[in-house]
Design a protein around this ligand. Structure first.
Ligand SMILES: [Zn+2]
Length: 228
């Protein structure tokens, strides 16, 4: 099974003919409203888990990420003075603050932010991650664009390779920009190689790679949760 989401770094589109087909149909609108709502639910559930932080939530965190919430991992950001700043922080704090930013992004989005490429895009979804650089939060709703591809249409709402976790994966790609406020996404990349992205993500978890929280495929695993 090919789990790949569209690469965030690729600027290659599926050709001009594809772009001409872009249209917001009622069917697309309905699908995106439901997916967007599911994403909000999943983000709220995880924000709540990190607040509760009992043994149950701590064990689940360790199972998904390989790291204990108190262990120190790498985070990156951009700012007016630095293109790629690195900092160390506790894994739990990284996710808690990452979710705060993802919720800010998610709550700014509406149907207008989603490009309908479901006729031809052979991927789940795709973004150009630099869109959040030097972008004021008030401009998110009118500026940010997320391409929705064909594979998104048949994805389940929740769970593995779901619409909800795919949207979280995509928003995590947006550059975390520390300017007037600390906003944007989580500056993640698609870490891929000879193996399937998920296998690479699992390997990073098992060997406790400190850069794990910069891989979108590891981040999305936290958002495969379903409402009970
Ligand atoms: Zn990606």
């Amino acid at each position: 099974m090919n789990n790949r989401k569209g690469s965030s770094v690729s600027t290659t589109r599926k050709g001009a003919a594809c772009v001409k087909k872009v249209q917001v149909t009622d069917r697309f609108k309905k699908m995106m409203l439901e997916a967007h709502r599911a994403q909000k639910i999943v983000l709220a559930m995880r924000a709540n888990d990190l607040s509760l932080w009992t043994k149950k939530e701590q064990d689940e965190f360790r199972k998904i990420f390989g790291f204990d919430g108190n262990e120190i991992v790498d985070d990156v950001y951009s700012s007016p003075s630095i293109t790629k700043g690195m900092e160390k922080k506790k894994a739990k704090d990284l996710m808690k603050d990452g979710i705060r930013r993802l919720q800010l992004l998610c709550n700014s989005l509406s149907i207008d932010n989603f490009n309908n490429l479901t006729d031809c895009g052979n991927y789940y979804a795709k973004v150009s991650e630099t869109q959040t650089i030097a972008l004021d939060i008030s401009k998110y709703s009118t500026t940010l664009k997320i391409d929705i591809g064909q594979k998104f249409v048949n994805a389940p709402l929740y769970g593995i390779d779901s619409q909800a976790c795919t949207l979280c994966h995509e928003l995590s790609h947006f550059v975390r920009y520390v300017g007037e406020v600390d906003a944007g996404g989580m500056s993640t990349d698609d870490i891929t190689g000879n193996k399937k992205p998920r296998e690479i993500a699992i390997k990073m978890r098992d060997k406790k790679d400190p850069q794990l929280f910069l891989n979108s495929y590891n981040i999305e695993m936290y958002f495969e949760k379903s409402p009970s």
